[in-house]
Design a protein around this ligand. Structure first.
Ligand code: PSU
Ligand code: MN
Length: 310
């Protein structure tokens, strides 16, 4: 099913049943990425989390649309069986902006990163998207040039991305600088500091603070007054009871980043490698925190989508 007339795209989009019904009824929809399922968490916690996150969105009055590439089409909203198949599959392509059209054209199964999910969500007319943490400027980027395509996409595509900040394995000050350069408003939710994924406080001041989904919806409406604007980053701190304070994470992050460069891990493999290495170093604690923060982001994204529709 192509929605060329409505979205101005010829992208081959297949809407899941629940999402198609929500669109027809004008109900709020929240997009979800799938790289976190295929490359961010181990089986079977990945599929359990994906299901739980979808339930969290429904509990807050919106409809979840998990996005993935299957059989040469962008699937917006996956059936439970498809979600499980994706979560179990080996060799799924991690698709960012550079990879999306390639996976579609060659009919390879692909999961979507923040950047590719934003592209797909926008093509499908979805304005709010929940993830764990965005990609950004990697430590040592001054020599490796490793900067996530997520930042470029935020600069150009009008989707509100709800995250727990940027992954703390990154260079967070540089990530905030690039977001500012690209004209992306960064809004900390209910706090004055920029959160650091597993930790509530990165030690960096947040550019802006808002305290309700209604205020964020109002900001989105105001952004609409300026055609050609890009995305919005909402940084929602992990719930206090699930956080691992930055001081406790620092050692594990340092070791994992060091190990990645020692082994010559590069390109799209860096983030998955570092995440799974940190999971081992923290004996699974980082995974529990990751799950808690994604669920928290899904709930807030649903409330923003509801406020935006109302
Ligand atoms: N957040 C998580 N786990 C993940 C990711 C984010 O909690 O696995 C993924 C997202 O899909 C993000 C990607 O867009 O990592 C960034 O990869 P890269 O740095 O290669 O752009
Ligand atoms: Mn990269």
């Amino acid at each position: 099913m192509s929605e060329a007339a409505e979205t101005g795209t010829n992208a081959p989009i297949v809407f899941g049943e629940e999402v198609a019904a929500a669109r027809a009824a004008g109900k709020p929809v929240v997009a979800l990425e799938s790289t976190i399922v295929t490359h961010g968490m181990p089986w079977p916690r990945n599929v359990e989390t994906a299901r739980q996150v979808e339930a969290d969105i429904r509990a807050h009055g919106a409809v979840p649309a998990t996005i993935a590439i299957l059989d040469g089409a962008l699937h917006v909203g996956l059936s439970d069986a498809t979600l499980e198949r994706l979560a179990r599959a080996e060799g799924v392509m991690k698709c960012s902006r550079a990879d999306l059209a390639f996976a579609l054209a060659t009919k390879r199964p692909g999961s979507t990163t923040v950047a590719a999910t934003m592209m797909a969500a926008h093509a499908a007319g979805i304005e709010v998207f929940a993830t764990g943490g965005i990609g950004g400027v990697h430590r040592g980027a001054e020599t490796t040039f490793d900067v996530s395509a997520d930042l470029d996409e935020l600069g150009r595509t009008p989707v509100c991305v709800v995250s727990a900040g940027a992954k703390a394995l990154l260079d967070l000050p540089k990530t905030l600088e690039v977001l500012e350069t690209k004209g992306v408003p960064v809004i900390a939710y209910g706090t004055d500091v920029f959160p650091a994924f597993w930790s509530r406080d990165s030690g960096l001041a947040a550019p802006y603070r808002l305290d309700t989904p209604q205020e964020i919806a109002r900001l989105m409406a105001m952004r609409d007054a300026f055609p050609g604007h890009g995305g919005l980053l909402v940084a929602n701190p992990v719930p206090a009871e699930a956080e691992i304070p930055a001081g406790e994470m620092a050692g594990a992050i340092e070791r994992a980043v060091h190990e990645a460069s020692r082994r010559g891990v590069s390109g799209k493999d860096v983030t998955p490698f570092v995440l799974s290495f940190i999971l081992e170093l923290t004996q699974g604690r980082s995974l529990e925190t990751n799950i808690a923060l994604v669920r928290n982001n899904a709930g807030l994204a649903a409330r923003i989508a509801v406020a935006r529709a109302g």
